[in-house]
Design a protein around this ligand. Structure first.
Ligand code: ATP
Ligand code: MG
Length: 345
């Protein structure tokens, strides 16, 4: 690979070639920075490879620059409460170093003895003490959780977070997840606050921005750049993968070969995983969608499916980010080249 290729296939890290999601970023930032925030939590929902982690990281990084914020990234596969307690303690220790002598006394309650061991105080009261101190120092805590799962760990954490909110601690929560997991946690009767948590469903990246970026990096005509941009359908991973391949090979390969390599990457990095997460019926519906706009009536005829039944599958596939309905009575696949690749599964 050419050394200076500016594109990346790495998931979860803010890429060098970054297409801004101005609207989403603004919405979350302005809510969290408001004097009286309408919400202290946000959910970012989207299909694999759509850029959830990158958006969350971009916002966290932006807030990190502001001394007012303490950002804590939690791992959804670890015990969330214990993890939060440990990290908050760490953050507060750092905080105390920058504070005048004497204030340290207020951290005594964290129970970090000389030997660095945590005393018997349970995690929740450690967290509360830390949050009280954070509040006193006019700081705010942003907790991020990537890829939320609907399990006891999350249930426990979310109900505890609800209590922190009720006690008016300056805590904020940013989470990402797949549609099915977010659906499950939002519809858990024990977690009503999550039902009210605003959700951002990731839309495709701006074709306009992608065109500009490709034209500039590859030094190509607008029309050619726009054709490449449209091929990605604004799918974040495809923007990187096609960029990477075009950068690398456009001098010696024709576009067909580049596209065939793109298919391999889409298949390998994401589509295989997406495909296995679909039910048999979902798969049949996907395979019946041909080309940009497929008439719903044609699909129903092919699958021998009543239109009311089809609507159920269509709605769920739209929510999962696999289908779109560009106009009444027809559907298209959201992901680029999915129809070509899925045919081989
Ligand atoms: N705004 C963006 N601009 C340019 N590239 C992006 C953007 N967001 C994401 N990407 C690229 O898309 C790919 C997937 O991004 P990311 O890891 O955020 O996806 P994800 O939705 O978290 O996927 P998963 O569900 O598998 O965790 C990465 O290669 C990343 O560099
Ligand atoms: Mg991710």
């Amino acid at each position: 690979m050419k050394k200076d290729n500016p594109f990346t296939l790495t998931f979860g890290k803010q890429p060098n070639e970054y297409i801004s999601r101005y609207e989403n970023t603004e919405m979350i930032m302005s809510t969290f920075e408001a004097e009286n925030p309408v919400s202290q939590a946000y959910l970012i929902e989207g299909i694999r490879g759509s850029g959830k982690t990158v958006l969350m990281t971009a916002i966290a990084n932006q807030l990190k620059k502001d001394k007012e914020w303490i950002v804590i990234d939690l791992n959804s596969t670890q015990d969330l409460i214990t993890d939060l307690a440990m990290r908050l303690m760490d953050a507060c220790k750092m905080l105390s170093e920058h504070l005048p002598q004497g204030i340290n006394v207020s951290f005594a309650g964290f129970g970090i003895g000389v030997n660095g061991k945590v005393n018997e105080k349970d995690s929740v009261s450690l967290i509360e003490e830390a949050l009280a101190s954070v509040k006193k120092h006019n700081k705010k805590v942003l907790i991020t959780i990537d890829e939320v799962l609907h399990d006891d760990n999350m249930r426990h954490f979310a109900s505890q977070f609800q209590i922190f909110l009720r006690k008016e601690y300056p805590v904020y929560l940013l989470m990402t997840g797949l549609y099915e997991n977010i659906y499950a946690i939002q519809n858990d009767p024990a977690l009503t606050f999550l039902l009210r948590t605003p959700k951002i469903k990731l839309e495709p990246l701006s074709i306009h921005q992608i065109t500009k970026q490709y034209a500039e990096i590859f030094q190509i005509e607008h029309a050619q750049a726009n054709m490449l941009a449209k091929t990605t359908r604004g799918y974040a991973f495809a923007f990187q993968a096609l960029g990477l391949l075009y950068y690398e090979h456009h001098e010696e390969m024709d576009l067909d070969r580049i596209m065939s390599k793109l298919d391999d990457m889409l298949d390998d990095f994401v589509y295989k995983k997406i495909w296995t997460s679909l039910s048999r019926q979902d798969k049949e519906v996907v395979l019946a969608v041909k080309g940009e706009r497929t008439n719903v009536s044609d699909i129903c005829k092919e699958l021998n499916m009543a239109s009311a039944v089809f609507s159920k599958y269509r709605d769920r596939l739209i929510k999962k980010g696999i289908l779109t309905s560009p106009e009444r009575g027809c559907v298209s696949l959201t992901l680029p080249r999915f129809e070509v690749i899925a045919r081989n599964y």
